[in-house]
Write a protein that binds this ligand. Sequence first.
Ligand code: HEC
Ligand code: HEC
Ligand code: HEC
Ligand code: HEC
Ligand code: HEC
Ligand code: HEC
Length: 304
Amino acid sequence: MRWRWWGLAGLVVLTLAVTAVWSRATSGPSQRDADVGRGLYLRNCAPCHGDTGRGDGASAGGLLTRPADLANGHLMNGLPDAWLVSIIMNGGPAEGLSPAMPPFRGNLNDAQAIQIVAFLRAIAQPPPRAEGMPALAAPTPAPRQPILFSHVIHAGSFQLACQYCHADARRSDYAGLPSVQRCMGCHKIVGAQDNPEIARLHGYANRGEAVPWVRVFKVPEFTYFPHKAHVRAAVACQTCHGPVERMRVVGADTGRALVDDLLRLAGLHPPQRPLTMGWCVECHRAQNATRGTHAPLDCVTCHH
Ligand code: HEC
Ligand code: HEC
Ligand code: HEC
Ligand code: HEC
Ligand code: HEC
Ligand code: HEC
C-alpha cells in the first residue's frame, strides 16, 4: 500500500517540476535579461543606434547607411530572435545588409546577444504580439542565389505582400519573379550607398540583364501545376511552400524519398512528402470532401 503513496507523491513533485521548467521555457527571457541587455546595448550599440534605439547615435552621422531604428516595432516584430542574434554576432553582410553593421563575435557571446535582444523586445513600439515572436524556419536544402535576397526582411519585417512580387500567381500557371526594374523601384535609393548585395543588383540593372535566380520548387515536365486555380481557391502560399517569410534563404525539402518508398513496401504509411503525386492527390481528395471544391483526381488533368 505504502509504495502507492510514494508513487503519488513522486508524481506530484514531478508534475510541479515539469510545470516550473515549462513555464520558465515559455515565459521567454526575464526582466533581468532585459536589464543586463540594456547595459550591453548602451556600451556596444548606442554609439550608432542611439540611447533609445532610434538610429541617431553619435557615430551615425559618419555612416553611409543609416543605422536601423531598433525601437520601431512595425519593423522589429517580424524579425525572429535567431535572426537578430545572427546579425549581432556575424554582422550585416551575413543577412545581406550593409557592412556598416559590424560583427560582435569576439566582444559578445550568444547569451549576451540574447540579453540584448530581450532589451530590444522591451523597447519596441508597438510591442511584440502577446503570442510571442515568430521563430526562424528550420533550414532546408537551398541553392546559392546570385544575390543574397532575404524574405525575412522583405516579407517578414517590411510585410510586403507575396503577390506584390509574385504578381502572376493569381492569373497564370506561374507565380513569377519580380523584374530587376521592380526591385530598382525601391533600390535605386534604398541600400544603394554601401551594400554589396544591392551593388550586384545595380550591376544587373545597368547591364540590362535579368537576375539569374536559381529555381527551388519544381515538378517534373510531364506534370501540370497551375498557381491560379490554387490562389483563387484561397490555398495560402505557405500551405505548399512553408513559412517563407521566416526563411533566411528559400529552400525546399520536397519530392520522393527512397526511405518512404521502402516503408510503403513494408506496408507502412509515412506522410506524403510535398510535391509528390500522393501529396497533390491527397489534398485534392480532402478539399473536395470538406470544401466541395472540384480539384482533379483524373490522370489527364495533371498529366497532359
Ligand atoms: C558602427 C555602427 C553600428 C554599431 C556599433 C551597431 N550597429 Fe546595428 N546597424 C548599423 C547599421 C548602419 C545598420 C543598417 C544596415 C543596413 O540597413 O544595411 C544596422 C542594422 C542593425 C540591425 C538590422 C535591423 C533591421 O531592421 O534590419 C540590427 C538588428 C542591429 N543593427 C542591431 C545592433 C545591435 C544589437 C548592436 C550592438 C550589439 C549594433 N547593431 C551595433 C550600425 C551599427
Ligand atoms: C517596396 C520596396 C522594395 C522592393 C520592391 C524591393 N526591396 Fe529590397 N529592400 C527594401 C528595404 C526597405 C530593405 C531594407 C534595407 C535596409 O534595412 O538597409 C531591402 C533590403 C534588400 C537587400 C538587403 C537585405 C537582403 O534582403 O538581403 C537586398 C539584397 C534587396 N533588398 C534586394 C531586393 C531585390 C533583389 C528586389 C527585387 C526582387 C527587392 N529588393 C525589392 C525594399 C524593397
Ligand atoms: C520583394 C519581393 C518579394 C516578396 C515580397 C516575396 N518574394 Fe518570394 N521571391 C522573391 C525573389 C527575388 C525570389 C528568388 C530568390 C529566392 O529564391 O530567394 C523569391 C523566391 C520565392 C520562392 C521560391 C521560388 C522557386 O524558385 O521555387 C517562393 C516559394 C517564394 N518566393 C514565395 C514567397 C512568399 C510565400 C512570399 C510572401 C510571404 C514572398 N515570396 C514574398 C521576391 C519576393
Ligand atoms: C497548392 C500548392 C501551392 C500553392 C498554394 C502555391 N504554390 Fe507556388 N509552387 C507550387 C509548386 C508545385 C511549384 C512548382 C511548379 C512547377 O514546377 O511548375 C511552385 C512554384 C512556385 C514558384 C517558382 C516558379 C513560378 O511559378 O514562378 C514561386 C515563385 C511560387 N511558387 C510562389 C508562390 C506564391 C507567392 C504563392 C501564393 C500566392 C504560391 N506559390 C502558392 C505549389 C504551390
Ligand atoms: C493544399 C491543397 C492542394 C495541394 C497540395 C495541391 N492542390 Fe491542386 N487544387 C487544390 C484546390 C483547392 C483546387 C481548386 C479546386 C476548385 O477550384 O474547385 C486545385 C485545383 C487543381 C487543378 C485544376 C486546375 C483547373 O484549372 O481546374 C490542377 C491541375 C491541380 N490542382 C494540380 C495540382 C498538382 C499537380 C499538385 C501537386 C504538385 C496540386 N494540385 C497540389 C488544392 C491543392
Ligand atoms: C493532382 C495531380 C495529379 C494527378 C490527378 C495524377 N498525378 Fe501522376 N504525378 C503528379 C505529380 C506532381 C508527379 C510528379 C511527382 C512524383 O513523381 O511523385 C506525378 C508523377 C507520376 C508518374 C511518374 C512516377 C514515377 O515513378 O516517376 C506517373 C507514371 C504518374 N504520375 C501517373 C499518373 C496516373 C496513371 C494518374 C491517374 C490515375 C495520375 N498520375 C494522376 C500529379 C498527379
